[in-house]
Design a protein around this ligand. Sequence first.
Ligand SMILES: [Zn+2]
Length: 201
Amino acid sequence: MANQIWNGGGMCNINFIPQPIFEVKTIIDVTYLGFQAAMEGPVKGLIKKVKHKIGNPIGIYVVYTSGNDFAVSSGSTSPIGAGGVIIEDFRIKDDIPEFTLFGSIALSNRALNAPFTFAHEAGHVLLTELDKQPFNNIFKFNAIDPTGPFINPVTGNSDTAHSNLVGNLMAPILPNIIPTIDPLQLKKARMSRIFQNAIIK
Ligand SMILES: [Zn+2]
């Protein structure tokens, strides 16, 4: 399903290739964990461990968590998945930031019945960019959707990670029918560091 969407009708041909599944004894229950806490804490820890064990291959690592969904984050419904990046070997070389980027995704139980969740979370991975203006020498990585920001019609809040296009893959709430993807999203995703790293190594 993710390949069908991210192929963009042949315009993009981003192709996800499933890799072996590792069973671990660690159980991460996200019922009482917000998605940010989960991603920065136990999900990251587990991915780093497994990744190291298999020789740190570049890719998007998916953790299947326990629990139906994540704890409600302020003012929204319970998220069922989360997607982000793990940055390693960050350094400044000749004034240019260099780093290795891995994708990290966590899927709760309910995500397994929602066919577009992986494609959506993979979008967050591929659309994450380095903020080139460091603040106090700290570089940040931000998920920015080129068809956003999503403006919440109730609160008026702006959400740069999500699309403001109805029915789009990166809308904050996924439609029940196959979501659309915009050429701007395909173009930006193609430029993700994950592909450059994968070619170099
Ligand atoms: Zn999202």
